[in-house]
Each structure stands twice: as structure tokens, then as C-alpha cells.
Design a protein around this ligand. Structure first.
Ligand SMILES: *Cc1c(COP(=O)(O)O)cnc(C)c1O
Length: 478
């Protein structure tokens, strides 16, 4: 039998790796088998194309390329320039952005680049001007000390964690919370939706330097036009972290007021979630912040990863094709079908549904914590993650929610009928799981009781659901 190009490429790569460290080759092969078998509902994961994956496994990785295209601190960067320029060009075209910086190694790194670009623009530059010097090395010790204090005394207003915000938006365990004095806006307890009047109120009172929008667990659209008006009113820089929903922006599901790019001063994203590229990050902005953003490396980033930028260029080229818009709209249609299937069976959903790629189930309705539900589902072949719900009584560790998302299963080709079947499987597991108790008889937030026969049966059904939708269908590892 003659092998197709994809099978040949991956088989050959594994053969070469196996000759050095067979256990790594085995783990790579096993990962494909595991991914093929699991009903992956993790909202932040996806399956990148073989072309994207292969673009990462080569000698572009060997090159140091600090600096930016055409302005490197190392010689011999012409090919890195080619791939970085291509990735940036595709990103600008895809999102309609004036400037794209494609070096960030992840979403967290992209946010750090954005924060420091804004701090440099709004705090450092005016201080340099005032001291009549061109760069920080020329400041006196006293002026430098004063500037450092000022840089670390700025304010950020972002979405609260339990409303779906992200740790990098000024929360204490993350560096952003140590850098900024942070306040949060939440959601309306009655509707679960962002209350823009409350956001405006908080902004007027707190006067942040940066207003951040974006989330990892909010199942609704955000009106970025209104958020920009709030930022303008209080003189804040408006930043949107679209890490989760960049694919929906790229695929023109989120347009007009819901497209962050025309409204924000600066937009950050990951490239591996709904955008379906390699693991990585990216920053988009207008010409005003472009120079500061381009200082990301070595300001906060280590040397660029040229092989990953090559993969970003490939994935962004894919996202510019017409079929990506179809993919993006199917992601949302699938999330809505899943939400409807769950609601029809009696599940309680945060905000009562979804208009993006994710659904947040409040599992307190099943008498469970998020942790119990997550483990019971995992036992049954359904991969999700627990997540806090607004005003979560169980905190961020045990939680009361399960977050599920459709980007990955949509890539495999599953549609509305399969989403309804998935809702049935989830509902079956959650109704059949009972909370467990501690040895002393008190209720446990982690232990649970699920008949293994039920878990087995659901696992088999989940697997059957996937058989018609092979993952990496052209890849046969033999
Ligand atoms: C996932 C995510 C990040 C972090 O991305 P990494 O690539 O894991 O660093 C940042 N912000 C938001 C909103 C996210 O959802």
C-alpha cells in the first residue's frame, strides 16, 4: 500500500526519533491514540493541521533572531524574517489590524508584552520626555527610582475570575497582580451578563490606566464598542484579550461591536485555541503602540521561536481561507446545540445558554461540585474541566461548574446531532453520580460515587460517537 504524504512524514519523523529515545517516539504515538479516543470538550484546546504541526519540527528552531524583521541582533536571519513577516502579514489581513507582533510564546507572554507596551507608552515615555533624555540609561538615579515606583503603581480594571476573567488580568497569583493595583468588574447576579453600567461606574471611580476585556469562561459576546467608550471616558487604554475566541473573530462570527480589533487600542491572543494554530501568542495594535509592542523581546520575552512563527504563518494562512469562516460558525452552532440539549434535559447553565464556543454548566443542580463532576465525566471518557461559576460557593479549587467547549470536536466534524448525543451522555453521568463522604461521614467536595458499569457504558457510547469522525484521518502511524 502506498502511503500518503502525511503518513509518510509523521512515520519517518517517529522513526528518526525512535532511533535516539524510543520512549519519546512511543509517547508521541500514544498521544495521537489517546486524542483519537477521547471526547474532547476542553474549551481551550483544538487540533492543529498536519501542515501546522510539521512546520514546527525543523531547523528554523536552531536560529537566534532577537529583534524584529529586518532589524536583528544576529546575522543570517533572512529566512526567519520571511516566516515572521508572513505570519504578521496574514495576521494583519485576517484581523484587519494595522500591526501584528507574532513573537509571543504564549497568551500569558502576549499579555505581558501588551502591559509593558502600554506602561512604556503612557508612563515611561512621558517621564523620559520630562527629564529630557532619550532612554532610561540616561536618567539620574533619583529619576530612575521615581519612574520605577510610578511604573509599579498603575491601575488595571479587568473581569473578575469567577465571572470568567483570566488570571493574567491583574490577579495576585499572576505577575500582573503584583505589577498592577487591580479592581474587577463582575456580571449581573440575576442574568449572568456583563452589566456595562456597572463597568462604567467602576471605571469612573477607579480610573484605571488599562481597562481589560476578554475571558476564558464567559459564554456570551462582549460589546467592545461600549467598553471602548467607557475606556475613553476615563482616559484608559482599552485592551482585549481574545485568547479564547480569536477563531470566532477570524471566522467573522464576531463582527461590528463584537469584533475587538476596531475598538481596542491593543488586542492579545493565543494562537492554539479556537484559532487552531500552534501553541503561541500574538499582539495586534494600531500604529501608536507598534514600536513599543515590537520591543517585547528582549523586554519580557526570550528569543523568538522561529519554527513556531513558521507554524503561525501556516495556521493563519489556513484561517484566511473561506472554509475557516464555515468552521467558526459551526463551532457556535455546535455550542448552542450542546447548550439546548443540556437545557432540555434539565441542566442549569450560567447565563442560560451561549453565543460563543463555550457552555458553563452549574453542576450544583446535580448536587455535585465541579471537581466531582469533572472526575466522573473523565471516568466516562468525556474530557472537560471544572471552572468556578459567578459567586461560586465552592471557590476556585472545587468549584461548582463544568466548562465545555466545541472548537476541538467541531474540527473533527461532529455536528448538531452528535452534540445532542453528547448532552445526553453528560446528563447521564451527572445524574448517575452521587457526592461521596469523608471517613468521618461529613460530605466530601472531591469524592463521588459512580457505578463503573455506567462509566464504562458511557465511555463506549462516547467512543462510538467519534468513530464516524476520525482525527487526523490521513495520518496512519502503522
Ligand atoms: C488561555 C488564556 C491565556 C493564556 O494563554 P497561554 O498560552 O496558556 O499562556 C491568557 N488569557 C486568556 C483569556 C486565556 O484564555
Amino acid at each position: 500500500m502506498s502511503l500518503n504524504a502525511e503518513s509518510t512524514a509523521f512515520r519517518s519523523a517517529l522513526e528518526v526519533i525512535r532511533a535516539v529515545e524510543p520512549r519519546v517516539a512511543d509517547a508521541i504515538g500514544a498521544e495521537l491514540a489517546d486524542q483519537r479516543e477521547s471526547l474532547k470538550l476542553i474549551a481551550s484546546e483544538n487540533y492543529a493541521s498536519p501542515a501546522t504541526l510539521l512546520a514546527m519540527g525543523n531547523w528554523l528552531s536552531d536560529k537566534y533572531a532577537e529583534g524584529t524583521v529586518g532589524r536583528r541582533f544576529y546575522a543570517g536571519c533572512q529566512n526567519v524574517d520571511t516566516v515572521e513577516a508572513l505570519a504578521a502579514e496574514h495576521a494583519r489581513q485576517l484581523f484587519g489590524a494595522a500591526h501584528a507582533y507574532v513573537q509571543p510564546h504564549s497568551g500569558i507572554d502576549a499579555n505581558l508584552v501588551a502591559f509593558w507596551a502600554v506602561l512604556a507608552d503612557r508612563v515611561e515615555s512621558p517621564a523620559l520626555k520630562k527629564a529630557q533624555v532619550r532612554q532610561v540609561n540616561e536618567l539620574t538615579e533619583a529619576d530612575w527610582f521615581a519612574l520605577r515606583r510610578e511604573l509599579s503603581n498603575q491601575r488595571m480594571l479587568g473581569m473578575s475570575l469567577d465571572a470568567g476573567g483570566h488570571l493574567t488580568h491583574g490577579f495576585r497569583p499572576n505577575i500582573s497582580g503584583k505589577m498592577f493595583d487591580q479592581r474587577s468588574y463582575g456580571t449581573d447576579p440575576a442574568t449572568g451578563l456583563i452589566d456595562y453600567d456597572k463597568v462604567a461606574e467602576a471605571a469612573r471611580e477607579f480610573k484605571p490606566l488599562i481597562l481589560v476585556a476578554g475571558y476564558s469562561a464567559y459564554p456570551r459576546k462582549v460589546n467592545f464598542r461600549i467598553m471602548r467608550e467607557i475606556a475613553d471616558e476615563v482616559g484608559a487604554t482599552f485592551m482585549v484579550d481574545m485568547a479564547h475566541f480569536a477563531g470566532l473573530v477570524a471566522g467573522k462570527v464576531f463582527t461590528g461591536d463584537f469584533d475587538p480589533v476596531p475598538h481596542a487600542h491593543i488586542v492579545t491572543t493565543t494562537t492554539h485555541k479556537s484559532l487552531r494554530g500552534p501553541r503561541g501568542g500574538m499582539v495586534l495594535c494600531g500604529p501608536e503602540l507598534a514600536d513599543q509592542v515590537d520591543r517585547g523581546c528582549p523586554m519580557v520575552l526570550g528569543g523568538p521561536l522561529p519554527h513556531v512563527m513558521a507554524a503561525k504563518a501556516v495556521a493563519l494562512a489556513e484561517a484566511r481561507r473561506p472554509d475557516f469562516a464555515d468552521y467558526a460558525s459551526r463551532i457556535v452552532a455546535n455550542a448552542q446545540a450542546l447548550a439546548e440539549g443540556l437545557l432540555r434535559r434539565g441542566a442549569k447553565l450560567v447565563t442560560g445558554g451561549t453565543d460563543n464556543h463555550l457552555v458553563l454548566i452549574d453542576v450544583s443542580g446535580y448536587g455535585l461540585t465541579g471537581r466531582q463532576a469533572e472526575q466522573a465525566l473523565l471516568d466516562s471518557g468525556i474530557v472537560t474541566n471544572r471552572n468556578a461559576v459567578p459567586q461560586d460557593p465552592n471557590g476556585a479549587w472545587y468549584t461548582s461548574g463544568i466548562r465545555i467547549g466545541t472548537p476541538a470536536l467541531t474540527t473533527r466534524g461532529l455536528g448538531g446531532a452528535e452534540m445532542d448525543a453528547t448532552a445526553e451522555l453528560i446528563h447521564t453521568v451527572l445524574t448517575q453520580t452521587a457526592p461521596g463522604s469523608n471517613p468521618d461521614g461529613t460530605p466530601s467536595k472531591a469524592k463521588y460515587v459512580l457505578d463503573p458499569a455506567v462509566a464504562d457504558k458511557v465511555s463506549r457510547q462516547a467512543n462510538e460517537l467519534l468513530t464516524g469522525f476520525p482525527l487526523y484521518p490521513a495520518v496512519d502511524l502503522g
